[in-house]
Design a protein around this ligand. Structure first.
Ligand SMILES: [Ca+2]
Length: 433
């Protein structure tokens, strides 16, 4: 840079040295000495001097400007030099600190990455916002769950206690309990006269002061009624204070409740089908014999109801003796392990229940629970007989009922309570379709 500048100014420098000579010559400017040395056709020394003197001021000015510019250039050059030195030093120290090639490549690829990332950042920002919203709602839910978990932990840490409410009143049966002032349906202890100890029953007490002792309940199929002799004897399933469970009170208790009563009892059977229609059937002087007589069922007569008298047997049309062989009055109780039926085979085993089997049945309230009602021979398993919850005088034997209730009440109270009229009204209410 500096040498090339000097090269372009070469001519001027020649003039400079010449003019210096002239400045030197200024001392003799007025008294020019003739000199033959320049020849004939060349300017004389004085002519040159005149010429020089004439252009001298402009040249000097140019030279001064030039000098200034040179100074500026020199300054710039110096600064440039210093910058260069500084940069060289920086480069040197950078080189020392890292491998320049890989560093550069790294930086360059990083710049590419940054550009790419900047693009994706824009689209990802919205996604981030969405995710943040999800996180916020999840956090809220987690907080709710935590709260719930704390509540559960507190609940679980409480000592276990029996929450079933058992009413304090007792009696010989539920009507006795109601007579003593009980007005709420629920669990009560009863002790029939012949019983050696009290036992728990579900009492259905209505607004007429009637107390039904419930001996059987089907409602949702939650309890398997395929049980043996001992289980049917002792009872199974669950008693609940709010009538939400299924059970068989037990043949022994049924015997105790029915055998010792001085007042004739009515067995009321209430049925609900899968359309929610309710029907009932009443039987007077209902009794269950002691175990020595295999808990034989006896009753006086069909006392009414809109479900029909299925206990009396049914003519299925298969055989003239159908009705005779499907009646239940006077039948002993059978289970798969105690065959007391009138059939060569084992009705209780074939139908998977315990019941007062004949050959076999027209009523079968301990049958298999079929969701929805209708079922077929195929559904009935290996024997293929009608084994559902059956009351054939209402629905045929291939229709299994949704709910059943068997309950007992003294005959004197079945239509009593709010008077004869009220009792009749109540019966009408139960039979509504
Ligand atoms: Ca048999």
């Amino acid at each position: 840079m500096v040498p090339s500048l000097l090269a372009t100014a070469g001519g001027l420098l020649l003039l400079f040295s010449f003019s210096s000579a002239q400045i030197r010559g200024d001392n003799i400017a007025g008294k020019c000495n003739m000199n033959d040395g320049f020849g004939l056709y060349c300017p004389t020394t004085c002519g040159v001097a005149d010429y020089m003197l004439r252009y001298m001021p402009g040249v000097d000015k140019d030279l001064e400007d030039l000098q200034e510019q040179l100074d500026i250039i020199a300054n710039l050059t110096k600064e440039a030099d210093e910058t260069a030195v500084y940069m060289k030093d920086s480069a040197a120290s950078a080189q020392k600190s890292s491998q320049p090639d890989s560093h550069y490549k790294k930086s360059s690829s990083m710049l590419d990455d940054v550009a790419r990332f900047e693009k994706t950042i824009v689209t990802q920002e919205q996604q981030i916002i969405d995710l943040q919203n999800i996180i916020t709602s999840n956090e809220r839910r987690m907080s709710d769950l935590k709260q719930l978990s704390i509540q559960l932990q507190q609940k679980c840490s409480e000592p276990c206690k029996d929450s079933v409410e058992i009413q304090p009143l007792t009696g010989t049966d539920c009507q006795d309990v109601a007579n003593k002032g009980a007005t709420t349906s629920g669990l009560y202890y009863v002790k029939p006269t012949k019983a050696t100890e009290q036992f728990l029953v579900y009492c259905e007490i209505d607004s007429f002061g009637r107390g039904f002792t419930v001996i059987q309940r089907r409602r949702d199929g939650s309890v398997d009624f395929h049980k043996d002799w001992i289980q049917y004897k002792e009872g199974f399933g669950y008693l609940s204070p709010d009538d939400t469970t299924e059970f068989w009170l037990g043949n022994e208790k049924m015997h105790l409740l029915t055998a010792t009563s001085t007042i004739p009892l009515v067995l009321r059977i209430e049925l609900v089908d899968w359309q929610g229609i309710k029907k009932y059937a009443d039987y007077t002087m209902f009794r269950v014999a002691p175990e020595v007589d295999k808990y034989r069922l006896t009753y006086g007569y069909y006392f009414g109801g809109d479900a029909g008298d299925a206990f009396d047997g049914f003519d299925f049309g298969d055989d003239p003796s159908d009705k005779f062989y499907t009646s239940h009055n006077g039948m002993q109780f059978s289970t798969f392990d105690k065959d007391n039926d009138k059939y060569d085979g084992n009705c209780a085993e074939q139908d998977g229940s315990g019941w007062w089997m004949n050959r076999c049945h027209a009523a079968h309230l301990n049958g298999k629970y079929y969701q929805g009602g209708t079922y077929t021979e195929k559904d009935a398993g290996e024997f293929g007989y009608d084994n559902g919850i059956i009351w054939v005088t209402w629905h045929d034997r291939w229709y299994s009922l949704k709910e059943t209730t068997m309950k007992i009440i003294p005959l004197t109270r079945i239509t009593a309570g709010g008077g004869q009229q009220a009792g009749v009204k109540q019966l009408a209410g139960l039979s509504k379709k």
